[in-house]
Design a protein around this ligand. Sequence first.
Ligand SMILES: NC(=O)c1ccc[n+]([C@@H]2O[C@H](COP(=O)([O-])OP(=O)(O)OC[C@H]3O[C@@H](n4cnc5c(N)ncnc54)[C@H](OP(=O)(O)O)[C@@H]3O)[C@@H](O)[C@H]2O)c1
Length: 305
Amino acid sequence: MGKVPPPAHRFFVTGATGFVGRAVIHALRAEGHVVRCLVRRGSERDLRGLEAIERVEGDVLVRRGLENGMAGCDALVHLVGIIREHPTTGATFDRVHVEGTKNVLDAAVAAGVRRVLHMSALGTRADARSRYHQTKWAAEEAVRASSLPWTIFRPSVMYGRGDGFVSLLAGMVRRLPIVPVIGDGRQRVQPVPVEQVAEAFARALALPATVKQIYEVAGPEAVTMVELLDLIRAALGKRRVLRVHVPIGLVRPVARLLHRVPSFPVTPDQLLMLEEHSTCDPTAFFRTFGLTPVPLAAGLARMFA
Ligand SMILES: NC(=O)c1ccc[n+]([C@@H]2O[C@H](COP(=O)([O-])OP(=O)(O)OC[C@H]3O[C@@H](n4cnc5c(N)ncnc54)[C@H](OP(=O)(O)O)[C@@H]3O)[C@@H](O)[C@H]2O)c1
């Protein structure tokens, strides 16, 4: 007799229109689950091509309506997060990460949702230096205080088509004669394919041992920024990349001045996080979710294929 598939569940996904959200939708659907997405007005186009998903209009900053939207859902996947504040539109770290998380948790409890899978970030801790990590910590605290059985994921940088980090570096490697590197370029990151993180979200519900657990998530290799640039160069089939190192002391004041300009690539908060490194031991993550680590060179080759 064939293996009986686990029962399908209905997932409510916030942040569904984002880079990670789209991967999570694919992974949930591939496991046979029903997906209902929270979509802000104007963002519908980001879900084009993703058929057979339910859509509910709403905003995590507007508590009203969230509860109705979640009615009948078994689990909440809360992905909403911002890396750059836009105070003029009310999109501050405090509001989006903390208030937004409390809103969706309250609504989930009221709607009878029975499980929450929460997206945090590596480096999140009580005494974090960056506002991004401080508010991610406050959001985690709200999740841990909730009456819902929770699981928290804290990834390093995730990569894949449509990401904001590796694609930015790849764009510079492709187009610029000389690629700027912040500081000495020895800051370490541990990129993980977004599909693997999404897969873990999709498998978590069937794994009771993941309740009340925090998973630090990363790929198998910690690399410096210079090494990452070189791996991207190789994946793109370029012979060499010329670099210019820009002292962080020079970048910081410029970032302070220009970080509200959307096309300026880095904010003061991101500089703080870059200086801290973003690495961890992901053994528990891969073991728990039955995933095989993908070597970075192979993952990048697939991304740019
Ligand atoms: N990307 C990484 O490498 C990385 C690493 C560690 C942790 N994370 C975390 O992973 C999560 C997803 O990141 P991502 O890279 O997918 O970001 P993203 O592409 O910028 O997507 C963010 C998502 O949040 C939604 N959103 C923002 N404000 C909202 C609001 N007020 N109400 C409802 N939805 C709102 C966006 O909707 P719209 O389409 O309407 O803007 C979008 O769907 C975030 O929590 C992030 O902190 C990401």
